[in-house]
Design a binder for this molecule. Structure first.
Ligand SMILES: Cc1cc2nc3c(=O)[nH]c(=O)nc-3n(C[C@H](O)[C@H](O)[C@H](O)COP(=O)(O)OP(=O)(O)OC[C@H]3O[C@@H](n4cnc5c(N)ncnc54)[C@H](O)[C@@H]3O)c2cc1C
Length: 394
């Protein structure tokens, strides 16, 4: 016999669970189907397992989309304070880190347990470990979903399948395929919030820097991001590099200023006057890790006493440390990316209900849409907000 819930949500992740809670509260019979064996796996690994669940300063400017205003309505109707109220209701302890980021003080499991408790209270059913085989539209607001564990019919179908990052814990392209099946445009996808890899030549030269983190400003074209950069054995990571990966295009060069706070040329001239015998490298070591100085500054300059350094050479040293230019070979890809750039075209979706404009009853929420947030709790907030909105209309 075919099961007939009113609402089927494909994806037991952040936005799917939120949508289910809201629809369940409206007394809709909701079934969540997921191919993973357990729900909310990405929530568990988020924020270094402490779940950066939202941010005090959420604004449309923190998101990247071909339709930059699309997220405005959802974020204003269900914002950080609403999710925080839920966190407080469940007495989950949290703390604010820099830039308004809110993390669990325990671990991400608390957030997932909270969502599952809310689902239980709202009467939501789950079918995990289920492979979706086919979806059919039988008529206006009537869908049939075929899976290896049974077939279902529903009036509202929510696609909450997330992006392509971390295939190892359940990511798949199903959401984009469903959009394609219904002639809904999907923009090309690429990994975002992902470390850069460097070409072998640079990797060899920089290998000794692996593990070093320095505050820096990283720039491309009009974008500049000031935060920590972390050298890895494959390239560049840390918040500044991850954030820049949202904007970087293959082949583009990046410029890095390792000493954004000072006028290095002026500082070198001052030290040259005051400590002429001092070596350049020991003066620079006051500001930067010695290993970084050794790699970035030509050894004949680094070993010279300051008095032997001309103004021209000072300009050279400043350029090496304040305008270091590097062209990444690529990124570490979807294996390590935190988000997927691109996805279901927001112009085809109602920003109020998350329903496809041309397909009544078909909804898209969360990361499967062409909305990607900065590092810092913005992506989960988008998942909560978009899931909440769809939950009011399914
Ligand atoms: C390592 C890591 C750390 C992160 N940390 C943070 C953070 O601290 N703060 C933040 O804001 N964001 C963070 N993010 C991003 C954030 O987790 C996602 O943007 C968010 O989970 C997206 O929610 P979603 O509901 O759209 O998709 P998901 O939460 O990814 O859920 C999608 C669900 O769909 C299921 N699914 C996929 N394909 C199928 C299929 N074919 N059949 C059935 N089910 C399917 C999956 O199994 C999954 O359960 C992080 C991401 C990663 C990878």
């Amino acid at each position: 016999m075919i099961e007939k819930p009113e609402v089927i949500i494909i994806g037991a992740g952040a936005s799917g669970l939120m949508c289910a809670i809201e629809a369940g509260k409206r007394r809709r019979r909701v079934l969540i189907i997921d191919h993973a064996q357990k729900p909310g796996q990405k929530i568990l690994v988020s924020g270094g397992r402490c779940c950066n669940f939202t941010n005090y300063h959420v604004d449309t400017g923190n998101y990247i989309s071909r339709n930059p205003d699309f997220c405005k309505s959802a974020l204003s109707r269900y914002g950080p304070e609403d999710f925080l109220a839920l966190v407080k209701k469940h007495r989950i302890s949290y703390s604010e880190r820099e830039h308004g980021q809110l993390f669990c003080t325990g671990n991400s499991r608390n957030i997932l347990n909270m969502l599952l408790a809310e689902c239980k209270q709202a009467g939501v059913s789950f079918r995990l470990d289920s492979k979706i085989e086919k979806i059919e539209r039988l008529g206006e607001r009537l869908f049939k979903v075929y899976s290896n564990r049974g077939d279902y019919a529903c009036r509202s179908l929510v696609v909450a399948t997330g992006g392509l990052s971390l295939p190892a814990i359940g990511a798949s392209p199903l959401g984009y395929e469903i959009a394609g099946q219904f002639q809904i445009r999907v923009w090309p996808r690429s990994p975002g919030l992902v470390p850069f890899t460097l070409p072998p030549r640079d990797r060899g030269r920089l290998s000794t820097l692996s593990g070093i983190a320095v505050p820096a400003v990283i720039s491309r074209k009009r974008h500049s991001i000031g935060e920590n950069i972390l050298f890895t054995h494959r390239g560049l990571s840390g918040p500044a590099a991850l954030q820049m990966s949202l904007y970087w295009r293959p082949g583009e060069a990046l410029t890095i200023n390792f000493l954004p706070e000072i006028d290095l040329a002026q500082a070198l001239k001052k030290h040259r006057q005051q400590h002429p015998q001092r070596k350049v490298k020991s003066m620079l070591a006051e500001y930067l890790p010695q290993r970084l100085v050794t790699v970035m500054v030509r050894s004949d300059l680094a070993e010279s006493p300051l008095q032997a350094i001309s103004d021209k050479k000072i300009r050279e040293i400043s350029a090496e440390l304040q305008q270091w230019t590097v062209t990444p070979g690529g990124t570490e890809g979807f294996q390590t990316a935190e988000v997927t750039l691109g996805g279901v075209d927001c112009d085809t979706i109602s920003s109020k209900t998350m329903e496809a404009r041309q397909v009544a009853g078909l909804f898209f929420t969360g990361e499967v849409l062409d909305v990607s947030g900065w590092l810092g709790g913005y992506n989960l907030q988008w998942a909560w907000s978009s899931g909440w909105c769809a939950g009011q209309y399914v």
